[in-house]
Design a protein around this ligand. Sequence first.
Ligand code: SF4
Length: 377
Amino acid sequence: MCNRYKAPSKAEEEISVQTIKKLPKMYFTNITGGEPFIRTDLKDIVRELRKISDRIVISTNGFFTDRIVDLCKDFPDIGIRISIEGLEETNNEIRGIEDGFNRGYTTLKKLVDMGMKDVGFGMTVQDKNAPDLVSLYQLSDKMNMEFATASLHNSFYFVETKNRIHDRPMVAQHFENLVNELLNSNSPKKWFRAYFNHGLINYIYAQKRLLPCDMSFDTFFIDPYGDVMPCNGTKDKEVMGNLNDQTWEELWNSPEAEAVRKKVRCCDRNCWMIGSVSPAMKKYIWKPGFWVLKHKAFYFWKKKKYSMYENKIVRDFHDGKVTKEELDARTTCDMITPVANGLSEQSMERLREQSGEALVDADISAQLNSLFPKEGE
Ligand code: SF4
């Protein structure tokens, strides 16, 4: 579902610690990739970010266990989310990493044993892995871990335009089961997670977002080239300015930034990713708050569980009032337009000589060799 590995940025061009120092004060930062732990200076980056960000969470595939453990020893208050796409067989098939599940699970276990509080799984739900959704949640719950969900999106960031859910009722049914597990817990945080997953059902049926999207107004995405954008969900890069060349104040108050904000106001991509939903849930708290109260009350007084058929579109689809083709046409899935990848000219130049996969393989081999040199080297 993510082809970033086919379009890697050139390491020499990637954002420096000096540029990171120019970022403003933030209440939350998510460091993501590609794979963040491929950066050997990640510790320096986190050190700088901790000075300006109240909370940091790193999304990783969990492959570099030693690097993750080492970083967490120095920064035990950060969060770690390891992408695991289902139980062992499903995960390894989707992610294409042999023994990937055990590697990720072992890393998480080590972090829990070290006393890390904010660790957990991150799962991108699709047709293949939806049946594992509740089992993976129960596993994370047993280990006292967080469980973050997402579904398929298309954008320049994912270097993908063809992602979409095929069997919507089946996937929605598994989300419904998860919503009920979360609502049944004693944790208010999980009740709000239930609302987020209810929003994912709405998203996979290609409906309007349940909450407004205010990306670029109070939240932003910065890429490896220092380009600042509203989010990572757009089809092409929508650049507000570049932090290598500008100060934060210049960039944030520029006419280019204003022009992007105007586009965001009309954006119809209806993403439902935690990066854009979490700030909206805080800002418009009465909406998820009312939903949670209603469902807790229903459960308490009437023993009535959440049903995906509460969503009108799910009923309409079930009753044949709307077809699969009509819903498909409303998604961001695009089989025709060439895929945008957001790479610089220099990074693109390199791809003309060698494939992205070959470049990534060579980088990982070099990094593993320097960690575990073979005899005679
Ligand atoms: S809906 Fe929001 S997060 Fe998605 S592309 Fe539009 S502006 Fe970005």
